[in-house]
Design a protein around this ligand. Sequence first.
Ligand code: AHR
Length: 504
Amino acid sequence: PNARLVLDAAFTIAPVPRRLFGSFVEHMGRCVYTGIYEPDHPTADEAGLRGDVLDLTREVGPTVVRYPGGNFVSNYRWEDGVGPKAERPRRLDLAWHSIETNQFGLHEFDDWARKVGTEVMMAVNLGTRGLQEACDLLEYTNHPGGTYLSDRRVANGAAQPFNYKLWCLGNEMDGPWQVGHKTALEYGRLANETGKAMRLIDSEIELVACGSSNSAMPTFGTWESTVLEHCYDTVDYISLHAYYEERDDDPLTFLASAVNMDAFIESVISTADAVRARGRHKKKINLSFDEWNVWYISEFSGDGPKSNSEEWVPGPELIEDEFTITDAVVVGTFLNSLLRHGDRVTVACQAQLVNVIGLLRSEEGGDAWKQTIAYPFEQMRRLATGQIVQVVASGDKYDSATYTDVPVVDAAATYDEATGRTALFVANRSLTESSTLEVDLRGVGATAVVEASTLHAGGDQDRHATNRLSHDAVAPRRFDDYVLDGGRLKANLPALSWTVFSFE
Ligand code: AHR
């Protein structure tokens, strides 16, 4: 297969939104307990945070982290997780059929986020709770002091407010599995009134309304439309969630999943803009793609998220998918899709950070390592700076059982005027053949390759290889099968690969 790309600094889409490279920590399975928090672990700091996971998280570098859920938030009482640990209650978590010990809560998460150097995206419970408790949480986190709740925060050790800017008004409220599931009308009204009240406490906050849990939901489209009809002026974002997996032994469809992601994003933009036109609103609603990943969900449950654990225990092993080389290539195409839409998708959170469909894995008392999918994430977070470039692409396409006209080579790019650097991210979706890539870089003035690496199967590794046993088995390796001459790049992309270039 062949692909030809043209990049030109005159044709840009938008600045790279820094919040595009977010992740997610939910009180689910082993994401918090034995994930980021394990007081008895040999690397734990004085606060019980795992040092090895902290180090890996800093390397991967999520720019924002959503917390504390997820489905969990819809039956969570945030007050349970503050104050002396010995007095914190053990509770049933109905979302994941688990025991929540509350040994980790708001202050522990804030401490962790500061140590990582990441922004917090906080979610409020609009399942079992409502407006009052959302306001209480915001007063606790953002009000400087001199009131009952802000003084409780100070008494609990945080003299300065946490000052969180980004707030999710509930989670997946369209899903029948959600504790406190609502109709679009019920939720749209609740989101509007809750958001309005929260803004009276802090006018600087940015609010995310729940969109559909995925584009296959029967209410997809009408949900977004009805919700936004009720809360358009109050909120800033509408959320999207999507998980993909390889089904029916059909890798070609799986590899084309970003075609679905592109269409999903474009449909939500159209829906939000239709509400804008109808309501004669001035502002545009942006998109917060605050859960996305590969998830072998069909191995977990047939009809949406629910627990597969019989016992009520703290921190059960839940959805600890082991990601392969194929998954890493697909995740690369998701990142490309998000970047291509960075004019409207200005927040995105890969789900989740550790163990639970994690970028990272950790063993209780043992090792921590990066899964294959952490590498494309880390590379794009590090290299995508400046402006998103509109990639003009032509080349070979294929049809899978589900999608037609899928480009064999998927690409996205950025150009940073300040540094003069261009970053190019390319996936070769062909399972068996290398692809010839030609890129006209004259419009970005590229004369040299600063960095080139590729992640692909080969040697004794097949496309199902993971980092389970040998923790750095799958990682990007130096790539040198290219020539750059007179601003034109010619490269041979290995079969089933994710390749990254930085030019200057
Ligand atoms: O990320 C796992 C779960 O997937 C989240 O709790 C929920 O929001 C989604 O359905």
